[in-house]
Design a protein around this ligand. Structure first.
Ligand SMILES: [Zn+2]
Length: 170
């Protein structure tokens, strides 16, 4: 394995997200996910348009980092924790992100957030592509938070009050 892949590998697989989600996160990190960008590189004559914002080409970086819909999910978690952040490229994203967590428990939660965002984006994109199902941003945010809470509760929650604090709930 190339040296620069060891960090992301560890950060992807140490997450408490379900295994299928970790596999998907690995595809995102290594830019192997089947986006329009990849399909065009394989020679498919498609006109690329991001299904979430309809404003840009669907590239890996756009869809999972910079799309305005995806950005709202990153911002949602950052605002809950009052964290300042500028989005790096994939190779550094997970290690930079995980350093943000405070205590060991918080780090465990932080580790789940990128997986949670990417899984939510995948679900919404597939819904729009294959089921003609469009959720508005409030529903997408709600679904992302519900997924985050479910995974924390299933696998790693140690103290419900800490999680409520982290999420900024009343
Ligand atoms: Zn977009």
């Amino acid at each position: 394995m190339p040296e620069n892949k060891i960090g992301p590998w560890k950060n992807v697989w140490e997450s408490m997200a379900p295994t299928k989600v970790k596999c998907f996160a690995w595809l995102v990190i290594t830019k192997a996910c089947l986006t329009h960008e990849i399909l065009q590189k394989k020679g498919l004559p498609i006109v690329s348009r991001c299904m979430l914002c309809i404003e840009a080409r669907e590239t890996n970086n756009h869809l999972f980092l910079h799309c305005k819909v995806t950005s709202l999910l990153w911002t949602m978690f950052l605002s809950l924790t009052e964290t300042k952040w500028s989005m790096p490229e994939h190779a550094n994203l997970l290690s930079c992100w995980i350093r943000r967590g405070g205590s060991k428990t918080q780090k465990t939660w932080w580790r789940i957030i990128p997986h949670c965002i990417w899984w939510t984006i995948r679900r919404e994109k597939n819904g729009r592509n294959f089921e003609d199902r469009f959720n508005n941003i409030q529903k997408i945010k709600g679904s992302c938070i519900a997924t985050f809470y479910f995974w924390c509760k299933e696998h790693c929650i140690e103290n419900a009050e800490q999680l409520v604090d982290l999420l900024g709930l009343p």
